[in-house]
Design a protein around this ligand. Structure first.
Ligand code: ATP
Length: 235
């Protein structure tokens, strides 16, 4: 479904990615791991159109999307949950969700169905429909970010460090939700610092080091790899 071939990207003199190739099959749950600064967020940003790659190609369902604007990428069914919590703090929970459905704004019935679906996944958000998003707890804001991305009815969801800043209990819960979204057929590419957890739930993993691919393989095999255990899993 999604294919990055030989992607390089730089911020001025900083080379963030060098010849990276990764693939995400339809219905897959793939994780991208690596230390701070390895280039994980840059990879997601090259897919979503936030950062233009300096060379290489990004293909989505057979169409080249590198060089496209963010909105054009979103319209093709790619939604990103950015790192950190970029909600609109002065707006209500409901309005934040509606903004996520912007590309479907003319279809009110669908928007209502989509909102109901989000509230059934995250009942906590339903209890806080009219609350200003800025007053939600960290975990609730993370739920809202995921809900907002789902409102775009994505074919693939790009998630950047969803566990960041959440308590262990919430992280477990969040990953249960990620797994159930995956089981419902959604394709997911997830960037995580928590390599142990990401490899436990995903089918396939890529590990970046200094902007280049260091390892790739079935997640269950990566979990058993002694070198990876030592460097990334703290075991
Ligand atoms: P983290 O886990 O810390 O979020 P990451 O693997 O997501 O790290 P990136 O954010 O992709 O890493 O950064 C890759 C490299 O590019 C880093 O060296 C970083 O300092 C650099 N970089 C990222 N964004 C910018 C920017 N806007 N301007 C300049 N350099 C940047």
């Amino acid at each position: 479904m999604l294919k990055l071939e030989n992607i390089s990207a730089a911020y001025g003199a900083v080379q963030a990615l060098e010849g990276l190739s990764i693939e995400v099959p339809a219905g897959g749950l793939v994780c991208l791991l690596g230390a701070n600064g390895a280039g994980k967020s840059t990879t997601l940003n090259c897919i979503s159109g936030v950062v233009p790659p300096s060379s290489g190609s990004v293909t989505f369902n057979g169409e080249r999307i590198d060089g496209m604007k963010v909105e054009a990428v979103v319209r093709r069914g790619i939604a990103q949950v950015p790192e950190g919590r970029e909600i609109f703090p002065e707006m209500s929970v409901a309005d934040n969700l509606l903004l996520g459905g912007w590309t479907h704004r003319r279809d009110r019935a669908q928007l209502k169905d989509d909102q109901d679906r989000i509230y059934s996944i995250f009942p906590r958000l339903k209890e806080r429909i009219q609350q200003n998003a800025g007053t939600l707890s960290g975990g609730e804001q993370q739920m809202l970010m995921i809900g907002r991305a789902l409102m775009a009815r994505p074919k693939i969801l790009l998630m950047d460090e969803p566990s960041l800043g959440l308590s262990p209990v919430l992280v477990e819960k969040l990953f249960e939700i990620i797994q159930s979204l995956h089981e419902s057929g959604l394709t997911i590419l997830i960037v995580e610092q928590n390599a142990q957890l990401a490899l436990r739930v995903s089918d396939y993993g890529y590990i970046l080091e200094n902007g280049e691919l260091a390892f790739q393989g079935l997640s269950k095999e990566l979990l058993q790899n002694a070198e990876i255990q030592k460097a990334y899993l703290g075991t």
